[in-house]
Design a protein around this ligand. Sequence first.
Ligand SMILES: *Cc1c(COP(=O)(O)O)cnc(C)c1O
Length: 361
Amino acid sequence: MTERIFNFSAGPAVLPMSVLEEAQRDLISLPGVGMSVLEISHRSKTFEDIIEAAEADIRKLYNISDNYHLLFLQGGASLQFSMVPLNLLEKGGQADYIITGAWSKAALKEAKKVGQTNVVATTEAENFRRIPKQSEFNLNSEACYVHYTSNNTIFGTQWQSEPEVGSVPLICDASSDVLSRPLDIDKYGLIYAGAQKNMGPAGVTMVIIRKDLVKEPSPELATMLAYKTHTETKSLYNTPPVFSIYIVRLVAKWLLGLGGLEVMEKMNQEKGHLLYDAIDSTEFYKGHAEKDSRSLMNVTFRLPNEDLEKKFVKEATASGLDGLKGHRSVGGLRASIYNAFPKEGVEALVSFMKEFERKNG
Ligand SMILES: *Cc1c(COP(=O)(O)O)cnc(C)c1O
């Protein structure tokens, strides 16, 4: 058994041990199949069962109704930055964007290439340390959709509940908090998430789209970029990322085995509180996010100066706490503690923090 360290990486990120073990066990030969999942046809009954089980389990976890398609696509969340406007931003129409971080800005950049956009709220002037309040939104009732980012991976902020947008379809980039808590899917027009933060390995992107939003694509739209192509072929228009979908399927099964998303949310709250309490209990550490905007997935914090931050990262890494260096746009430290990140790892970080402050504070 090779020793594992605590992996605080923001993504690709830690996966459940039981998932890795099952994948390892079945890598040479899937039970009853005699071939590895890496070698089977995406048109085989074996893979059909895998992709159907992945969809069925995620539908169960989120309680998704028949009004929605669930797709497994490629191109990452970044391709959704383009696919959303290419499919949903009608000619002559406009789209509303709420800007809460670098990924929202990246989404907006792609939409601007397609049509008219409005920034209906932004907290950039405050280096994205908070989620804007409903009273700050300048929504357009005519908009084709409102786009927001539920968890801001880089800045460590998270929406505590959805923005209210009336009857305009709500579009969410949930890449870094997908499956971390229950959601009322009926509030959404479309949700997308790259798998590699909280749901599986890199290579697959989940899209949940309300059926009435899947329109006849304009003839000039590339086939692969039309949602309709993928809803009509159940994500099998071309060869899908078979292995990534297989792992997502195992992760979904793991979540159901834990008791579902209410249980997962409780576990995430416990881990988050442990770490935020450690930050709040001293002046030595300072959280980047405002308290009411804090993320349970990515915890961002600073030390009194950059030299100490460098020293912290170096010594933490040497003690088996990996991936804690913050993104350059925030600086300091970032502990990503996604679903699969164990509570023992948070406890280990908290004791490391106490010890580090004792020696350097
Ligand atoms: C990581 C991330 C992305 C980019 O995802 P890719 O799959 O690499 O395109 C987009 N949005 C959010 C919120 C992210 O955390």
